[in-house]
Design a protein around this ligand. Structure first.
Ligand SMILES: [Zn+2]
Length: 231
């Protein structure tokens, strides 16, 4: 059973951008885990982090359950996520413990510094999760693929490399993301559902499917080997 692990800066980031792909992976018999570096508890205009945090945690648990995924909360603080040796190794240890086969995270250019930092942390953590002869609490486990999800906050320079047909999984995606008050429009006025529903359809149109989610990949992985240029 291949384990797909999605690592987001804030609870909700990975569900809204990659939840349909995660649902499809689970539907086809795979294992999936959502790893939230932070709860994203500082984003409510009226509630304090102490009030909003427990709500986000409950929403994240319900959102993961709707996808058929597991959920893991790390102890990073919202709006205080920084790429460091300690943070990279924390995430690498988590990927080792989960035995992640493939990982999804944020694209690098974002209006939210937490997202950009998460991108750097996870990209480097996949290396340290995979590499042998690095003594850590868990044995190394090779992360065979890394993907960057499409997020309106991370859209600068985002150039999708592949799309996944999620036509069968849009309803499950919507059931998951609407566990969050944020995505029901009850926290801020930004139209998350309109945007991401439209994006699912747009990416579907561009690849000849009903609905799709698109991903970028690291430059290091863009290497095709063929027997000829016309074959
Ligand atoms: Zn976020």
């Amino acid at each position: 059973m291949k384990h797909l692990v999605a690592v987001g800066a804030h609870a909700g980031d990975m569900e809204i951008t990659a939840g349909a792909v995660i649902a499809g992976h689970v539907r086809q018999g795979g294992r999936a885990t959502l790893v939230h570096l932070s709860l994203g508890d500082k984003g409510h205009p009226r509630l304090t982090p102490a009030e909003y945090g427990p709500q986000k945690r409950t929403e994240a648990e319900r959102a993961a359950a709707a996808l058929g995924a597991e959920v893991c909360f790390l102890d990073f603080r919202d709006a205080e996520i920084f790429c460091s040796e300690a943070s990279i190794l924390t995430v690498a240890d988590t990927l080792r413990a989960l035995q992640a086969d493939a990982v999804i995270t944020h694209w690098r250019e974002s209006i939210h510094p937490d997202h950009s930092e998460c991108h750097r942390i996870v990209t480097e953590a996949t290396f340290y999760a995979s590499v042998p002869h690095l003594p850590r609490p868990h044995p190394n486990h090779p992360v065979r693929a890394l993907y960057y999800a499409e997020n309106w906050e991370d859209r600068f320079g985002f150039d999708p490399y592949l799309s996944i047909d999620v036509s069968e999984d849009v309803a499950t995606w919507e059931q998951s993301v609407t566990q969050y008050a944020l995505f029901r429009g009850e926290v801020v006025a930004w139209p998350y559902l309109d945007y991401y529903r439209s994006l699912l359809r747009l990416r579907g149109c561009l690849c000849g499917k009903q609905y799709a989610q698109a991903f970028a990949i690291p430059d290091r992985d863009k290497h095709l080997v063929r027997s000829s240029l016309v074959g």
